[in-house]
Design a binder for this molecule. Structure first.
Ligand SMILES: Cc1cc2nc3c(=O)[nH]c(=O)nc-3n(C[C@H](O)[C@H](O)[C@H](O)COP(=O)(O)OP(=O)(O)OC[C@H]3O[C@@H](n4cnc5c(N)ncnc54)[C@H](O)[C@@H]3O)c2cc1C
Length: 394
């Protein structure tokens, strides 16, 4: 059977450097490093190329999958269909005033390159999301988050190409239905939406000045409120101070301390980014060294009643606030407290990070999936809690 490229040439269609391949290895396109193949792989550098391709495509009934950097995907088999990969990388200013700037960013740009771009230009909002792997287009899909920030906070809207209708669409922040590691793009109804650009509104004014400006009253009242909060933060930080005599070290709640420094205006944007990069490098394995997708499971959301029961039965349960009725339980803590599946040599958990499954030695996607399934079952058995995979399984 002639491949698309040949068919397109036969139909007198100019490819103009378009990238279309058959039987294409996805090993370099997933951070678990699984060696699977896609029947077809098409990448494009602008929407025009994508639209031309769709127009000329003779078989639109084949399944397709949209792939970014593959840092949140587990391939358990070859993909018998078309993989679409955006290489749209441009950044455009679409609105600007004294306080904010709105940028339209191509979905194919590496996420961390975009963070670096913003930090370099003193634009506040996504510095806490430094070093998250993957591309800009996938950031709204799972509403990426880290260190108290979720990307939904800065997204104004999303430009997408609707494969069902073959047309360009725009979804506002509200229409994206962002939740914890979730958005409308994960629903069956929106799986055919390929994100082409994301609009981000970033701040030019540092957080401590924004806070000060946000208080009510005259400048004196604003300052008073601001410095009262700083003193309260300081007391809060001191309360978390812990001395470890054995290790001769002092510990303090990092988040409160950072909040305090931020409110004082002591930490520059570059410093925040560097601190986060250092912290992530010390805790999270780089996929360049060992295959992984970061957190494999989501922290399950449970009602207060259930959380209290767990707290009574198991000392040291790690629980985070969520909303007025529910809390999040640390999936890592749950996994730490089960007996780990035995008999797996190529796949396992990363050192102290029980939430990170690693491909230790050329494991297949199926082996990694089975291992995660055993963990899921053991957590269910011990805590009667259903863990949900954060990773997209194909
Ligand atoms: C070491 C490591 C650390 C991580 N840390 C974090 C973290 O701190 N916080 C966090 O939230 N995540 C984290 N992740 C997960 C991952 O980086 C994010 O989910 C990231 O956004 C995935 O981007 P990607 O381009 O690799 O998407 P992919 O893995 O390629 O795709 C993920 C999903 O998005 C869809 N998708 C991708 N691009 C598009 C598009 N243009 N249009 C429509 N749909 C699309 C895919 O179909 C798929 O369903 C981590 C991963 C690793 C490997």
């Amino acid at each position: 059977m002639a491949n698309y490229r040949e068919r397109l040439i036969k139909s007198n269609y100019k490819i103009k450097g378009m990238d279309l391949f058959e039987n294409y290895s996805l090993k370099k396109y997933n951070t678990f490093g699984i060696d699977v193949k896609a029947s077809e792989f098409f990448s494009f550098v602008n929407i025009g190329e994508l639209e031309e391709f769709v127009e000329k495509r003779s078989d639109s009934s084949k399944p397709f999958f949209i792939l970014g950097g593959g840092s949140n995907v587990l391939f358990t088999q070859d993909f018998k269909g078309l993989v679409l990969h955006s290489k749209i990388e441009n950044i455009e200013v679409i609105e600007e005033n004294d306080r904010t700037v709105t940028l339209r960013v191509g979905s194919g740009l590496e996420w961390d390159k975009f963070v670096a771009y913003c930090v370099e230009r003193s634009l506040y909002g996504i510095e806490n999301l430094s070093l998250i792997p993957g591309n800009v287009g996938a950031a709204p899909v799972q509403n990426i988050g880290a260190y108290g920030t979720e990307v939904e906070e800065v997204i104004v809207g999303v430009c997408a190409f609707d494969f069902g209708k073959s047309e360009r669409v725009y979804l506002t922040n509200d229409e994206c239905c962002f939740r914890y590691r979730d958005s409308i793009f994960k629903r069956k109804t929106h799986e055919h939406m390929l994100i082409t650009y994301v609009d981000f509104k970033l701040n030019k004014i540092p957080p401590h000045r924004r806070k000060l400006m946000g208080y009510r009253g005259n400048i004196l009242k604003k300052r008073l409120k601001h410095y009262t909060n700083i003193v309260l933060d300081l007391i809060g930080a001191l309360r978390t101070l812990k001395f470890n005599r054995k290790k001769k070290s002092i510990g303090i709640d990092y988040r409160i301390l950072r909040n305090l420094m931020e409110n004082l205006g002591f930490i520059s944007l570059k410093k925040v980014r560097q601190t986060i990069i250092n912290k992530r490098n010390s805790k999270i394995p780089s996929p360049k060294q060992i295959g992984n997708v970061g957190s494999f499971f989501k922290n399950p959301i449970v009602c207060m009643e259930k959380a209290n029961k767990i707290k009574r039965e198991f000392a040291g349960a790690v629980i985070y606030p969520y909303d007025t009725k529910n809390v999040k339980i640390s999936a890592g803590w749950l996994i730490k407290n089960i007996e780990l599946p035995k008999g797996y040599h190529k796949v396992g958990l990363y050192k102290d990070q029980t939430l990170i499954i690693v491909n230790k030695a050329n494991a297949s996607g199926r082996e990694i999936f089975d291992y995660s399934q055993k963990i899921l079952e053991k957590v269910q058995e011990k805590f009667q809690i259903s863990l949900e995979r954060e990773v997209v399984v194909i």
